[in-house]
Design a protein around this ligand. Sequence first.
Ligand code: SF4
Length: 381
Amino acid sequence: MKRGLEVYIHIPFCVKKCDYCDFLSGPGTLETQKAYFSALRKELQAASDRDCQVDTVFIGGGTPSCAQPEEIAGILEEVRKNFLLSEQAEISMEANPGTLTGEKLAIYRQAGINRLSIGCQSLSDRELKELGRIHTAKEFEESFYLAREAGFTNINVDLMSGIPGQTLQSWEENLLRLMGYRPEHISAYSLIVEEGTPFACRNLDLPDEETERMMYERTGEILGQQGYQQYEISNYAKKGFACRHNIGYWERKEYLGFGLGAASLWNKTRFANTGKMEIYLENSGNLNKIRENKEVLDQKSEMEEFLFLGLRMTKGISEADFEKYFHLSLTQVYKDAIQKHEALGLLKREQGRLFLTRKGISLSNQVFVDFLLDEEWEREQ
Ligand code: SF4
């Protein structure tokens, strides 16, 4: 049997840096982009393994749609050459309004991309300007319909809450306006002000904690009424459109990340590629020279990951899967934490699964803390 694999490809280029962004991304000249795609191809060749069946590919960034579309198609061709790409693979690509054209979209479709993730963030021009985005709400609309015309029937839209100056009412308006487009999937995240970004140096008029909590509650309610099912803390989808690639992350499937700074989980080891462009461009064909921060996961770390990642999904974790993987029952390891949070109404156990309740989802960090295993536990094993 072939070994299942997910592939992530990082395209670090953007038209301009947004004011809140701390991702590994930024503008790149055509020359740098050319060199980068050539380096990516070398990395894929170096990792070539035809015994691996790739079930999902995610081309993220950055803004993959600001690169030459032929380069994106070329990278997918390279994935096909070096791995066994399943015929039913979910192939997603991130795109930003203001960078999409009908011609580009046709090339993506032709290359096999079957899921588009559009970074809209807000449908208010005031909020978009505040975030330092390059596009308007109208440009999002144009991009969305262009994607539909090109044949994309599986579209995610990213929306951001907690934007400076945003109120509960303007957030609800954003959600309701988005409903007019009927995307198949919505990722609704809240803004995090990261150190080192322009936002971190500004005096921002951020919504308070209670407003943020209400925004989160209303998101679930409004999207639920519109037929979207929440399947993860920040993700909602129409039936059958949950993102397979992300579910793979939360279920700890093996994945390889290609490109600058891309992270991987392979052979019970987590590692990430160098974040330095010169080093990556020069050495991408030699995996040992670009892979850094290797962390071999011990049983304790794997158990914690199993819980933290699995509980992000509304379906939670399967007790049978836990036992099959670790040869220990969930109760043996986490009896006290489970009992405590069941009593608080934050966790529920039903039909062999453990999952967060609605209340537990909003207080998930509080729950997760109690699932960290101490060193004493490790010594006892
Ligand atoms: S488009 Fe995305 S990756 Fe690029 S700067 Fe803005 S937030 Fe960051």
